[in-house]
Write a protein that binds this ligand. Structure first.
Ligand code: ADP
Ligand code: TYD
Length: 195
């Protein structure tokens, strides 16, 4: 089963993802992973993140290349062994974030749909996605604006894109209020995965 954690920067995904790894209820053979990955593909993505002048279309394909390698090297082999896979960010981040960056380039009438079309023939959709819902202002404040994506204005567009993705596939998403205290958020994410 493939479970993904999604949400704006600062919504608490990594905090939950790390805590799950020491939870006795989680099968010992579960695979915990993330995007961008910690491979050379992910390194290429990080170089793009660090470049404020990066071409947004090129950046899309760097993130997408990282996803393709993530699928073949990590996700598909684990699922083939019937292991639980929990990914801190996955394809919905691409649709939401690169859908937002490509808005500005005016190359596509509907960038989010284009990014989904790029993935559709070959990606492996999640079985369950937990969306940590947080307002852009708090997200930007918590994440400390450590990269070019972490501004309230940009994250507001990203949030709108996430809402579009949830509207399009409500059965896959579980929304968790990320403004709650860390223990409450964790319990709700845990319930979304195990119930
Ligand atoms: N429920 C919460 N309430 C308040 N602050 C939180 C909560 N969850 C995480 N944080 C804090 O917010 C910041 C971002 O958390 P993190 O897990 O890195 O988020 P993400 O991985 O979604 O960017 C960290 O300083 C973390 O301690
Ligand atoms: C996976 C992914 C991440 N991102 C962005 C979100 C983050 O701002 C940045 C790095 O991801 P990450 O390290 O998860 O940042 P955070 O922990 O703050 O959420 O890359 C995309 O734009 N597209 C993607 O497909």
């Amino acid at each position: 089963m493939l479970v993904t954690l999604e949400g704006l920067d600062g919504s608490g995904k990594t905090t939950v993802w790390e805590r799950l790894q020491s939870d006795d209820a989680v099968p010992s053979e579960a695979v915990f992973t993330r995007e961008p990955t910690d491979t050379w593909y992910g390194d290429a993505v990080q170089r793009s993140i660090d470049d404020d002048g990066a071409d947004s279309l090129a950046e899309l394909f760097l993130y997408t290349a990282d996803h393709a390698a993530h699928l073949s090297n990590t996700v598909r082999p684990a699922l083939d062994e019937d292991r639980l896979v929990v990914s801190d960010r996955y394809s919905d981040s691409r649709y939401a974030y690169q859908g937002a960056t490509l808005e500005a380039s005016e190359t596509f009438d509907d960038p989010l749909s284009y990014v989904r079309e790029v993935h559709a023939p070959w990606t492996r959709p999640p079985d369950r996605t937990v969306y940590l819902d947080l307002d852009p202002e708090t997200a930007a404040q918590r994440s400390g604006a450590t990269n070019k994506f972490e501004t309230a204005d940009y994250l507001s567009t990203v949030r709108d894109n996430y809402e579009r993705l949830i509207d399009a596939d409500p059965a896959r998403f579980v929304r968790v209020d990320a403004t709650a205290d860390p223990d409450t958020v964790y319990e709700r994410v845990r319930a979304a995965i195990f119930d």
